[in-house]
Design a protein around this ligand. Structure first.
Ligand SMILES: NC(=O)c1ccc[n+]([C@@H]2O[C@H](COP(=O)([O-])OP(=O)(O)OC[C@H]3O[C@@H](n4cnc5c(N)ncnc54)[C@H](O)[C@@H]3O)[C@@H](O)[C@H]2O)c1
Length: 428
């Protein structure tokens, strides 16, 4: 079978990850074109994949003007760009692998689902955690019945403090108007995982949270606007950008500051770029902690907690059933999953069998394998179609509405209302 040919839109962090899939699995995918406005990124990516000059584009719009030049599009542009570029790709005749979130604008998510169905294209969303061996194991345990009937679930998304500062205070997802709510950007994965594991829709939802810490009134006395401008708290502030980004390592998050992989180039970028800013003097307005309470239609209760003051990065969880409790840790490459049986007191360690070294515990390449298999006519039962992914996005938007209005959301009414509003807005 020949490899599927792909165009990558956006050769940033995620574009490089999926580019890496093409290099590691050339029998499955060949990257034949790229769109990227930053000349350094474009040149680097084109060289890595030996892409002909005629197939190197400065924007996704130019790709669409060229007509259909490959089998699929992998859309790794930033969130706000997803809607127009994906609609254009579907219309041009491409099947699309789209980064999450589908869109930070509520009704646009429905529009994307409708468009994929209308054009009869495969639109798959990068909910990569479904393809990590850890979450496959959690799902396996829950669905095996070993825990009995699940009564309650407690799932936490703990961001290590510097990741919070990097992405949600200084970086791409700091601002509602630019990137949408943090509970969508960070936790559409978690809503998706919970839905995929429990397979039961949410009936009721409420949420609380706020931006508590990263505010000007919490800045150390005399702190300038940039860490590079002689801050009096340089030695005591854990967010001081200079030591955070001075480590002589490559990859994320260092490559987000500056693509050139040297400490000197990165230090220079801190003087003018977003990542050198004092975390108390940024244009951030997304929350730094939020909780979501859910009641499923079968009465199971689920809490999701997202917070940005962790000492380590990772997800932790427990599932309490009528026979046993499952404890899980998906933390910085160290996973553990343990069942404790109530009656016997017995403990069972659940093995996690690693697949590959790709990010998100192997999920980054797993999602592309799944996309390729779906296109070759052998989809797996976890495939994250746009329709399937809509649920996680609606839950995130409902949580944001509840947080802002201090209301309890009836999810059945919410789904109907949003679909109706989208139909009216886009004359679907
Ligand atoms: N699945 C996950 O776990 C996961 C993790 C991180 C990010 N993401 C998502 O992936 C997407 C990309 O994030 P990223 O971290 O790679 O961001 P990034 O900023 O590193 O990459 C985006 C790239 O798009 C390029 N771009 C801008 N305008 C363009 C245009 N008109 N045409 C083509 N390219 C254009 C930018 O120059 C940039 O290089 C976002 O939607 C983000 O939310 C998903």
């Amino acid at each position: 079978m020949p490899p599927i040919t792909a165009v990558i839109l956006g050769a940033g962090g995620r574009g490089s990850v999926y580019g890496g899939y093409g290099l590691n699995f050339p029998q499955n995918m060949e990257i034949v074109a790229v769109a990227e406005p930053r000349p350094d990124r474009l040149a680097r990516f084109a060289t890595q994949h030996d892409i002909a000059p005629s197939h190197q584009f400065a924007s996704w719009e130019d790709v669409m003007k060229a007509g259909k030049i490959a089998d699929v599009v992998i859309n790794c542009t930033m969130d706000r760009m997803h809607i127009d570029s994906t609609l254009a790709a579907l219309e041009t005749g491409y099947d699309v692998l789209l980064e999450k979130p589908m869109s930070p604008v509520l009704h646009e998510n429905v529009r994307l689902v409708q468009a994929a169905e209308e054009y009869g294209r495969h639109l798959q969303v990068c909910h990569v955690l479904r393809y990590s061996p850890f979450f496959e194991a959690v799902r396996g345990v829950v669905q095996s019945g070993k825990l009995g009937r699940i009564i309650s679930v407690d799932h936490r998304e703990n961001l290590v403090y510097w990741h919070m500062a990097h992405s949600f205070v200084r970086g791409n997802w700091r601002n509602l108007a630019e990137a949408g709510p943090m509970i969508l950007a960070k936790c559409c994965h978690d809503f998706d995982i919970l839905y995929w594991i429990l397979r039961t829709p949410v009936a009721w939802l409420s949420s609380f949270g706020s931006l508590t810490h990263f505010r000007p009134e919490n800045a150390p006395e005399g702190a300038p606007l940039r860490c590079t401008d002689g801050c009096p708290a340089a030695n005591t502030c854990k967010y001081n950008a200079v030591p955070l980004y001075a480590r002589d390592v490559n990859g994320w998050p260092w490559n987000a500051v500056e693509l050139m992989p040297t400490v000197e180039a990165r230090m220079e970028a801190l003087k003018t770029g977003p990542y050198g800013r004092c975390v108390y003097h940024c244009d951030n307005d997304v929350v730094d902690h939020q909780t979501v309470n859910m009641e499923l239609v079968d009465g199971t209760t689920v809490t999701l907690l997202m917070q940005g003051q962790g000492n380590e990065e990772g997800r932790t969880m427990r599932y309490d059933g009528t026979h046993a409790t499952l404890y899980g840790r998906f933390v910085a490459g160290r996973y553990s999953l343990t069942i404790r049986y109530h009656q016997t007191g017995e403990e069972e360690i659940v093995p996690i069998i690693a697949k590959d070294e790709s990010g998100h515990g192997g999920g980054d390449f797993g999602i592309v394998h799944s996309f390729v298999n779906a296109l070759r006519g052998t989809p797996d039962d976890s495939v994250t179609t746009a329709r399937e992914s809509l649920e996680s996005h609606l839950l995130a938007f409902a949580a944001e509405e509840s947080r802002l209005e201090h209301s309890v959301i009836n999810m059945a009414e919410y789904r109907t209302r949003v679909e109706g509003e989208a139909r009216q807005k886009y004359a679907l």
